[in-house]
Design a protein around this ligand. Structure first.
Ligand SMILES: [Zn+2]
Length: 371
């Protein structure tokens, strides 16, 4: 059955950050907690957000590069100590996921582990504290996504997935991405491209989401190189932030084997977007026989001739924008591949890959991605 559901309020353009006070007021949030990280502050973006506000909010800036349960609980403690009534996230996917987790814990009993999708806990997620998301990278789409991925104190990675986790409001201001360094622009941009491609190819029916996915692929494919090589190109930054937003909007069509394989690797500390850039070509080679018409349609969206090999083109693109194209280049221990392959089969996103993949298939994909 197709489920089509769009609920996000999005303010999108250069200068949108100045709308922050009125958007908070519309949400009825009077005492927000600001969740961010030290890199965002060092880039001067916290200062800009504060300048847009009338009063200085409490700030949690210890967001780890991969968000953790411990950090979510620390943010919650600050939220409670200041009597907050909503959370503003300023940053990449990590800060936004952490804000979602803190907002979840603010209105739910127990601990984060009770709400993971794998154990059926996501069905227990009700109304969370209001979340307003301000992305500072163009990639994750977390500002409109319904998932929060965190590492529990046990070391296990957990995904909480619920429409209740979608931020009520997103303020997408491309101005905030102008200072994003080339490698981060490349890695996060490839994450956006992977969202468009994977959701388009997923098994779930949702034609509006598929149309958005194709538009995401077209924008990301056309503008990513320019955003990387000319970081001050405002048009390229606008287009990439829009591609990232569209990638997030298509999540309700689910994803596939790229993300199923990249999540266990991400638990080892590698960058999510870099992993997806490496995994896209071998996963697409695996998927191609199952979805030839859709692969042809993706090539049209990217403006590629029919004879072009799409996985080869993606690998070439990743190389041109300075990303590693093999897991071996990241220093991964090849001996871990069988275990990582097994873990990928347990990821909920594996179920919507267009071609069913078992542990042996993931092993072959990871080996192809290795060298
Ligand atoms: Zn992703």
């Amino acid at each position: 059955m197709a489920l089509v559901s769009y609920m996000s309020r999005v303010q999108f353009d250069f200068g949108a950050l100045r709308l922050l006070p009125e958007e908070l007021a519309l949400l009825g949030v009077k005492r927000p907690l600001l969740v961010t990280d030290t890199g965002v502050r060092a880039a001067g973006l916290v200062g800009r957000a504060l300048a847009a506000l009338d009063a200085r909010p409490p700030i949690f800036e210890e967001t780890p590069s991969n968000p953790t349960e411990a950090a979510a609980e620390a943010a919650l403690a600050l939220y409670r100590a200041h009597g907050c009534d909503g959370v503003m996230a300023l940053g990449g996917g990590s800060a936004i996921d952490l804000a979602k987790a803190a907002a979840l814990l603010a209105t739910h009993p127990g601990s984060l582990g009770d709400y993971g999708v794998r154990g059926g806990g996501s069905a227990r997620i009700g109304e969370i504290a209001a979340v307003l998301a301000i992305p500072t990278t163009a990639g994750t789409g977390a500002e409109v996504g319904r998932a929060a991925t965190l590492t529990l104190k046990t070391g296990r990675k957990i995904a909480c997935v619920s429409f209740k986790l979608i931020p009520k409001t997103a303020i997408c201001d491309p101005e905030l991405t102008l200072s994003l360094p080339p490698l981060m622009t490349a890695a996060t941009g490839m994450d956006a491209l992977s969202h468009g491609i994977e959701s388009y190819l997923s098994t779930w029916e949702n034609p509006p989401a598929a149309a958005i996915a194709l538009d995401c692929v077209e924008r990301a494919g056309r503008w990513i190189e320019r955003a990387v090589t000319r970081g001050d190109d405002r048009e390229a930054r606008w287009q990439m932030l829009m591609a990232a937003l569209e990638g997030g909007l298509t999540f309700q069509k689910s994803l596939g084997a790229v993300h199923a394989a990249s999540h266990p690797l991400g638990a080892l500390g590698y960058h999510h977007g870099t992993l997806n850039a490496i995994l896209l070509p071998p996963v697409m080679r695996f998927n191609a026989p199952a979805v030839p018409e859709k692969i042809a349609r993706l090539k049209v969206a990217l403006g590629l001739p029919p004879a072009e090999d799409l996985p080869d083109w993606i690998e070439g693109l990743a190389r041109r924008i300075g990303l590693p194209t093999k897991l071996g280049e990241l220093g991964l221990d090849a001996a871990l591949i069988p275990e990582l392959a097994e873990e990928a089969t347990h990821e909920h996103l594996s179920a919507t890959n267009p071609r069913p993949a078992n542990a042996g298939d993931y092993r072959a994909i990871l080996e192809a991605a290795y060298r």
